[in-house]
Every structure is written in structure tokens, then in C-alpha cells.
Design a binder for this molecule. Structure first.
Ligand SMILES: [Zn+2]
Length: 110
């Protein structure tokens, strides 16, 4: 029986827009291809040269190879938000909803 591991971890970064924590990173099984597990989803700028910077979009969990995967809104291990897609959206100004015209009823009584 091995020794009980020290209940002490080095200081580590939580998942954020650009990186994932070591707990999640250690459990990544693929990059979108392959089967069940956590997949790191990154996109590259198509105008950039090969090997250029990539954007960390997030982590998806797939149940099987045919599954498209579901992006994590937060990391189950550290509680952080991994990747760009998990970041809180800027409160956008109220969308210009379909304008109903309340003053213009189409009731025509003759
Ligand atoms: Zn994490």
C-alpha cells in the first residue's frame, strides 16, 4: 500500500478564458476527435501561418465518438470557467425586439 499522498497541492491557477487548471488538463482525452471524455476545443486563425496562435474555446464532454460534445460552462474540478465560450457574456443592450405596433390594431369594425 502506497503512502497517503500529501493533502497539499502547489498553488495552481483555476480555469480561465485562456487556460485550464491542471486537474482538468490532466483529464483531457482528445481535441474533438475520439470518443468519450473531455476534449479541449481550440480554433486557429485561418489567416495566421501554420503553428500560429490558437484560441482556447473551451472543453467539451463527449459520451461517445459520434457525440458532438457539450461545452462545459464551468470546470467540475476547480469551478473556473474554461475557455472563451464559457466566459460571461457582456450584458448586451436589449435586442431590438420585433416591434409590435400596439397603437395600430387591425380591428376594423364597420
Ligand atoms: Zn478547472
Amino acid at each position: 500500500m502506497s503512502e497517503h499522498p500529501q493533502c497539499k497541492y502547489p498553488e495552481f491557477k483555476k480555469c480561465d478564458a485562456n487556460a485550464m487548471c491542471e486537474f482538468l488538463a490532466a483529464r483531457i482525452t482528445g481535441n474533438g476527435g475520439g470518443g468519450r471524455g473531455f476534449h479541449a476545443i481550440c480554433t486557429a486563425d485561418l489567416n495566421a501561418p501554420p503553428g500560429g496562435p490558437v484560441t482556447f474555446q473551451g472543453v467539451a464532454f463527449k459520451t461517445k465518438a459520434e457525440d458532438n460534445g457539450l461545452m462545459l460552462n464551468f470546470c467540475p474540478f476547480c469551478g473556473g470557467k474554461p475557455g472563451q465560450m464559457a466566459q460571461p457574456k457582456e450584458p448586451s443592450s436589449p435586442a431590438e425586439d420585433v416591434q409590435t405596433q400596439p397603437g395600430k390594431d387591425t380591428v376594423e369594425t364597420t
